[in-house]
Ligand binder design. Structure first.
Ligand code: ZN
Length: 202
């Protein structure tokens, strides 16, 4: 399986990182080795000085598809989840400044937290509400209606470039409020008020 991630999909997050607003979705991949095994802590990698959390709505693809039309995109997923796109922000900034690919800062082991999935019927897909708490403090709060590109548009867009397969995950981008983690922090993600994941930082 593969993990397809969307960058800069919320206007306020684009502002907080002083990025340019893109004219089409920013896309990058994480390898399957990036998935943090369930219930494992996240170990800050030895090469990193600044790991940021980014809470994101996840979409799990349920069948193979290419050049998917936006109006049929809803047939390609049944479940919605929540996760974290851990990012080595210092390394990403260096790579961005040189125009180099981001993978080392985004695709390292453990960088993809994948929480519980729930049937999409349980959600108002136009307005999925989600939150991230760090040590019980609310640090990120998002709603899918603020996405620049919505889930079905993202599926249509990325499937032009990558054949989607059953089990692939799409990380749909993070709202504002990203920040650094320290050892002993505990991150808890909630999707419509339900606990989706809990990660201890080491
Ligand atoms: Zn992200």
């Amino acid at each position: 399986m593969k993990i397809i991630c969307i960058g800069r999909n919320y206007a306020k997050h684009i502002e907080e990182l002083a990025n340019e607003r893109p004219s089409e979705p920013v896309v990058f991949l994480k390898p399957d080795s990036a998935i943090l095994p369930k219930k494992m802590p996240f170990f800050i990698p030895p090469f990193s000085n600044e790991i940021h959390y980014e809470v994101e709505v996840l979409v799990k693809i349920n069948k193979v598809g290419k050049y998917i039309d936006k109006k049929f995109a809803h047939k390609y997923y049944d479940e919605i989840g929540l996760g974290i796109d851990f990012t080595d922000r210092e390394l990403q900034s260096k790579l961005k400044a040189k125009g180099l690919p981001w993978e080392k800062s985004k695709g390292f082991d453990g960088s993809a937290v994948v929480g519980e999935f729930y049937p999409k019927e349980q959600f108002d897909l136009e307005n999925i509400k989600f939150q991230l708490f760090k040590n019980d403090d609310l640090v990120q709060s998002g709603e899918s209606k603020s996405m620049l590109w919505k889930i079905d548009e993202l599926i249509a867009y990325v499937s032009q470039y990558f054949t989607l397969k059953k089990g692939d995950l799409i990380f749909t981008g993070t709202p504002a409020g990203v920040g650094a983690v320290q050892p002993e922090d505990v991150l808890v993600g909630t999707l419509e008020g339900k606990d989706s994941f809990r990660v201890k930082i080491k």
